[in-house]
Design a protein around this ligand. Structure first.
Ligand SMILES: [Zn+2]
Length: 87
């Protein structure tokens, strides 16, 4: 399965309330697979998925930043791989 396909599956599960950490270490948009207390509300998860599937990059990236901003204090305590970040 390609990256996009797998990511879409990860998103669908996440919207459903199951946060899975993807095969190559990619977290859910809100990092709730590694930081359960950071799980975004259902309406935000649905909106994110909608924007992603519609290919609205700048809009879903804004949401990613929002999730990241919320989760950062929690995340810095743990070892979480952030896509695009340095190892
Ligand atoms: Zn994760």
């Amino acid at each position: 399965m390609g990256y996009r396909k797998r990511y879409k599956k990860q998103l669908a599960l996440w919207v459903d309330g199951t946060s899975v950490h993807m095969h190559k270490g990619i977290c859910c948009p809100d990092f709730s697979c590694c930081v359960p207390e950071n799980l975004a509300p259902l309406e935000e998860r649905e909106l994110f998925q909608e924007l992603y599937l519609a290919g609205k990059h700048s809009e879903y990236e804004k949401m990613l930043m929002m999730f990241l901003g919320r989760g950062l204090p929690l995340i810095t305590d743990k070892k979480v791989y952030i896509a695009g970040g340095k190892d």
